[in-house]
Design a protein around this ligand. Structure first.
Ligand code: TTP
Ligand code: MG
Length: 358
């Protein structure tokens, strides 16, 4: 049976919340993240700021060079969580099959929905309208028969877009897509695809599936099917990840504690970023150390309160490093942090449904 999937993604999310809460920022280039002088990176930028080439994850110092008159604001995480909660409430009014991907993004399977509405397009429009009414923010929506198509579609007419891809339009829709648009294709895979002369979905379509499997393993088969717009992944309403972590093996063993701490700080930032985007807080911080002789130890600490910020994660990890390991004495070849024991604070109760056609 053909499924009906909606992908919703908020427009310039953090920046849009700032422009909503501080009207003097409307229409201005707003950059959310660190200070222009600091070492931080851009979390996001308003569409006005993007005209200057500013993008997520760019160093703030570079963003400042590109747009010196830009308005730099720090992250107000609670405000974004609040907005995220509002949009998830709206999603849950439509279906229980909601899979949030981050604070501002979710898949919905609306094949069966609480409104018994057969048109996924009308549902997507309704969701967009409700988001605008209740959260005073705009979202872009993609509608299609699977996750992949819906996600690509939601990105096509940003901001405030609504793109619907009917099943019969899929061949035309996917043909010209760049391979980078295929789900799971990051820098490394795209480089490898390019080496084989594969730049678009159509290029992959022309290959035998066995070619893709031989060179890319199991994901080769997945990529082959994606290139035709086929994607069987289900919407998973429950969260599966039980921890989030980051680890690194060094090119040379490290004894210098300060260097190890610098790595831990980077890892804490990366994990914190992931936790924020998934709307998660963890109680336990675990440090993993592999010494040069491959002996591997993990040392954990459980806190009273759940945390998501890089400072807390770093503090716990660096204390574990100095107190519970032989760092500085024995050379280390790998170090990593993970955060686990996530709280349930973001799992709001189901909303009562109501009939919007009345
Ligand atoms: P995105 O949906 O990737 O970006 P966006 O909502 O700001 O803009 P778009 O209109 O293109 O969807 O990410 C959602 C939020 O997650 C974003 O507002 C800020 C945060 N974020 C980071 O903190 N760091 C990052 O590198 C990215 C990509 C996002
Ligand atoms: Mg977004």
């Amino acid at each position: 049976m053909t499924r009906k999937i909606i992908h919703i993604d908020m427009d310039a999310f953090f920046a849009a919340v700032e422009q909503r809460d501080f009207p003097e920022l409307k229409g201005k280039p707003v950059i959310i993240g660190g200070s222009p002088q600091g070492r931080g990176v851009v979390a996001t930028a308003s569409y006005e700021a993007r005209k200057f080439g500013i993008r997520s994850a760019m160093p703030c110092s570079k963003a400042y060079r590109l747009c010196p008159h830009g308005i730099f604001r720090s992250v107000r995480f609670e405000a974004y969580q609040e907005a995220s909660k509002t949009i998830r409430e709206i999603f849950k009014e439509v279906t229980d099959l909601v899979e949030p991907l981050s604070l501002d993004e979710a898949y919905l399977d609306v094949t069966d929905n609480h409104f018994k509405e057969p048109s996924a397009t009308r549902l997507a429009q309704w969701i967009k309208n409700e988001i605008e009414k209740r959260a005073c923010l705009t979202a872009s929506a993609g509608v299609g028969p699977n996750k992949f198509i819906a996600k690509v579609a939601s990105d096509l007419h940003k901001p405030d877009g609504l793109v619907v891809v009917a099943p019969e339009k899929i061949p035309e829709f996917v043909r010209t897509l760049k391979v980078e648009r295929l789900w799971g294709v990051g820098e490394a895979t795209s480089r490898k695809l390019h080496q084989y002369g594969l730049y678009t979905a159509e290029d992959i379509q022309k290959m035998p599936e066995s070619f893709m499997i031989e060179r890319f393993g199991k994901s080769g088969s997945f990529l082959y099917h994606l290139s035709f717009g086929r994607d069987d992944r289900r919407i998973k309403p429950s969260r599966e990840a039980k921890s989030r972590g980051s680890e690194e093996t060094f090119p040379r063993d490290v004894t210098d504690i300060q260097h190890l701490e610098e790595i831990l700080w980077e890892q804490a930032q990366e994990i914190s970023d992931g936790l924020k985007r998934k709307n998660l807080k963890g109680k336990t911080v675990t440090l993993k150390v592999r010494y040069s002789d491959f002996e591997t130890i993990t040392r954990g600490h459980t806190m009273k309160n759940s945390v998501y910020d890089e400072n807390s994660i770093f503090l716990q990890a660096s204390q574990l490093l100095s107190q519970k390991t032989e760092a500085g004495l024995r050379p280390i070849r790998l170090i990593g942090i993970s955060v686990s024991r996530f709280g349930q604070e973001d799992q709001e109760p189901l909303q009562l449904k109501f009939d919007f056609f009345e």
